[in-house]
Write a protein that binds this ligand. Structure first.
Ligand SMILES: Nc1ncnc2c1ncn2[C@@H]1O[C@H](COP(=O)(O)OP(=O)(O)OP(=O)(O)O)[C@@H](O)[C@H]1O
Length: 780
């Protein structure tokens, strides 16, 4: 038996499932695989059979449910393995490149991750540019064609000269000449430099250049041998036909048990896709049973087999491809089972080709792979990530506008729209005192002490924010109110002035009849609370001004006869503090919080979705470094955002800050940090943009409302107040309001409580991020 150190990769009895319960799918089902060091291993299999899953286990990104993996003599993920890390070069199926980085910057980024010297990176760039016919290195990735991007992705996988190259379909979308050049390079890498290469491909015939071929189906390898041996053993001339024969044998042997034991994850399992590959492009045709009904089997070289209602359309071995490479995605792929116990295949079938030292054939992956592989964040990787984030962000004009225009724009919109007194409110005036035939008209403003047409005199004191619309009678005016033409009705009785005079003279002995007749009756539409309150206030204020002036003109003490209530200077603020000043702290806090959540979750999710995160992690980047780099980048954005919001609030809209400006900025910073932390948590929990969007936007409104930014928390029910004060923004808003309006310092409970609660939120959210990441890593 060969020493395992001579082995590049050994996989022993690997099982891997996705999902849980009824949706559990077995992808790898007791797979054994041996890759010799310094050789090329071509992993072939239909689409969905689990090749990528297997590769992601090899690079330490996923864990097996059971079985063992040794890569370059170590278990992936263990500290001594160097995998993930510089020992492996990984080209994922997705392009996994940063659109806003140039080709050169991309290689420099990974060079920094691997801590390589700039000269080395530049020389490799020159070499690979020629080999792979790359576009000029200053070109941004986002402007390259799909094929060019794929070649850059290939260059990224191999430029640092790793011992092991794991390439997931590197030749898809690459023209035949370049494909040959890539394979030549891979051969040189293995022969001249002793590098181990594992490559997946759908083009069977190109895999002839590999030293070993593994034919994968139904979560196992049907065969693993050199191309020459396979052709000889099966007495066939093409690898494609070998694979067909193996597939059919496998179907005959396994079909019944598969059908009775499980269901497929994907109905496409029961379809066969016949694909013709030509040099100029790919021509895919999917055949199903109905499509086949009018076609003879020999016409298309496909045989239809019926097994207990389970139709398998498998290509006939007689089908002879005319093209140099045949796409094998047509062959029935992975079989997924719904039972837990069927993950393991029969021991006799999966006896390992190799024995692991110190490891039995039992499930050891849990024991080995759960061993944490953590080290302190490395400065060179952090610098690389921060620089990359910075370039990615600031070269994307959409993001720059979002970061720096949205906060001042939102501040402007809030200030321009919220908190101002309503104006132009129409009120119906029904003045029965008027009678032009008797000379009872509203003359110009009188200021003397005459009891004449006092209704007109009072109406002059009502603020001009109210437009007075005369109506002939109360019923018409009320009808106008009901139709929404006016906000309310003010009605003066026929002898208002006379009755008012009697009431003044009578004082305490005024009769009820007199009191009713001297009354000004008002009806206001109360459906709009703010407008209702404003009109009521202005009518009252108008009457106070009118009454005091009239008393003064008659030589009386203005306060005499008026309600014995006086509002002196407010404790804080002015007599008529604009509502905008109350709203401003809430607006500031909600804007920075919202920006923090949206930006951080958006940027991080995009990175995760495009496979960029995976590629970085395989290169050896730690998740904590990714989080830290995003926090650093968002922090710089946050400084600009906070500065702009304060500028708009304080300088353009003249919102006064009576307290320490530095303290106000600090409270705002903390809230932005809370938002960023929540954004990170969203990005760690969600896998797609929609989920992240729903969570970030969906949570914002309830949190903003409960935070009391537009309505006092004191208006909430007693228990809800406790919840409100524990929400991320509520106390921060209260703190900032105390600094802005009361001018309080950090020694005040309401100020430092907001700071402490924000810090508690930051710590809790970041801890949750780490816990979620850890849990997801363990379950991957
Ligand atoms: N995270 C996941 N959760 C659930 N199922 C998954 C997940 N990732 C992959 N699968 C399923 O596992 C099966 C194997 O997927 P995998 O990507 O490994 O196939 P593949 O052989 O690489 O296919 P292809 O050649 O098309 O890339 C597929 O049915 C796929 O839908």
């Amino acid at each position: 038996m060969e020493n395992i150190n001579m082995k590049g990769v050994i996989v022993n009895n690997a099982t891997k499932t996705y999902g849980a319960g009824k949706s559990k799918c077995a992808i790898l089902r007791g797979l054994d695989m041996t890759v010799k060091k310094g050789t090329i291993y071509g992993l072939l299999g239909a689409s969905g059979c689990g090749k990528t899953t297997l590769l992601s286990c090899l690079v330490g990104r996923r864990r097996l449910n059971s079985g063992d993996i040794l890569v370059l003599g170590h278990e992936p993920g263990s500290p001594e393995s160097g995998i993930p890390g510089p020992r492996v070069g990984y080209m994922p199926q997705e392009l996994a490149l940063f659109d806003y980085l140039s080709i050169k910057e991309t290689l420099q980024f990974f060079g920094r991750i691997y801590n390589l010297k700039t000269d080395f990176v530049n020389s490799k760039l020159d070499f690979l540019s020629k080999l792979l016919d790359l576009p000029p290195s200053h070109r941004y990735i986002g402007t390259l064609s799909g094929g060019q991007q794929r070649r850059v992705s290939f260059a990224v996988a191999l430029f640092h000269e790793p011992e092991l190259l794991i390439l997931d379909e590197p030749t898809v979308g690459v023209d035949p000449l370049l494909r040959q050049s890539i394979w030549n390079h891979l051969v040189r890498q293995s022969v001249d430099h002793g590098r181990t290469v594992i490559v997946t491909t759908h083009y069977i015939e190109e895999a002839r250049q590999a030293n070993t071929i593994g034919l994968m189906r139904s979560g196992r390898l049907l065969a693993e041998d050199s191309p020459e041996n396979l052709l000889r053993d099966y007495n066939l001339t093409s690898l494609e036909n070998v694979f067909l024969e193996l597939c059919m044998k496998n179907d005959d042997n396994k079909l019944t048990s598969i059908v009775t034991n499980g269901t497929s994850c994907n109905h496409a399992d029961y379809k066969t896709e016949q694909t013709h590959q030509s040099q100029g492009g790919v021509d895919n045709m999917v055949f199903d049973e109905s499509a086949l009904s009018n076609v003879t089997e020999t016409d298309i070289g496909i045989q239809l087999q019926n097994h207990n209602n389970y139709d398998v359309i498998s290509p006939s071995p007689s089908a002879n491809p005319t093209d140099s490479f045949v796409n094998i995605s047509q062959f029935s792929p992975v079989i997924c089972v719904t039972t837990d116990k069927s993950d393991r295949s029969d021991g006799s079938e999966t006896s390992s080709a190799l024995q692991f030292t110190g490891s039995s054939n039992s499930t050891t992956s849990g024991k080995l792979q759960n061993r944490p592989f953590r080290s302190l964040p490395s400065p060179h990787r952090l610098v690389a990530l921060i620089r990359k984030n910075y370039l990615q962000t600031f070269r994307n004009i959409g993001i720059v506008l979002f970061i720096y225009l949205l906060p001042p724009f939102l501040s402007t919109v809030f200030n321009a729209t919220l908190g101002h007194d309503p104006t132009g409110l129409k009120l119906a005036i029904v003045n029965d005192e008027l009678d032009p035939s008797q000379g009872r008209i509203c003359s110009s403003n009188t200021t003397d002490c005459t009891y004449s047409m006092l209704s007109c005199r009072y109406l002059h004191y009502i603020k001009d924010k109210i437009i007075q619309v005369p109506y002939d009678n109360v019923s018409e005016a009320l009808e106008a109110g009901r139709n929404g033409q006016v906000w309310g009705v003010i009605h003066f009785g026929h002898n208002f002035t006379e009755e008012f005079e009697i009431r003044q003279d009578a004082g305490d002995s005024a009769t009820l009849e007199n009191i009713i007749r001297s009354r000004i009756s008002v009806n206001i539409d109360s459906t709009n609370k703010i407008i209702h309150s404003s009109i009521k206030k202005w009518i009252l204020e108008g009457f106070e001004d009118f009454y005091k002036d009239f008393m003064r003109s008659c030589g009386h003490e203005p306060e005499a006869g008026f309600i014995p209530l006086e509002f002196f200077d407010p404790v804080y603020g002015q007599n008529d503090t604009p509502f905008t000043e109350f709203m401003a702290p809430g607006i500031i806090i909600s804007i920075v919080y919202f920006m923090g959540v949206s930006l951080t979750s958006g940027v991080f999710i995009t990175e995760k979705q495009q496979g960029l995160l995976d590629r970085n992690l395989v290169a050896g980047v730690q998740m904590t470094e990714v989080l830290m780099s995003h926090l650093v980048n968002q922090f710089t954005a946050m400084i600009g955002q906070t500065a702009l919001v304060f500028l708009v609030m304080l300088l353009i809209f003249n919102i006064p800050c009576h307290g320490n400006l530095g303290l106000a900025v600090f409270i705002t910073f903390l809230q932005s940090f809370v938002g960023m932390s929540f954004g990170l948590l969203i990005a760690t929990v969600c896998d797609d943009e929609i989920g992240a969007l729903l969570l970030s936007q969906g949570s914002f409104l309830p949190l903003a409302v409960i935070s009391g930014f537009c309505w006092p928390i004191e208006g909430m029910s007693f228990y809800l107040r406790y919840i409100a004060y524990c929400s991320p923004m509520a106390y921060a808003i209260k703190s900032l309001r105390c600094v802005f309006t009361q001018g309080w310092g950090i020694e005040q409970t309401d100020v430092y409580a907001g700071i402490l609660i924000s810090i508690a939120w930051i710590i809790s959210l970041l801890s949750l991020c780490v816990i979620v990441l850890h849990a997801r890593k363990n379950s991957s």
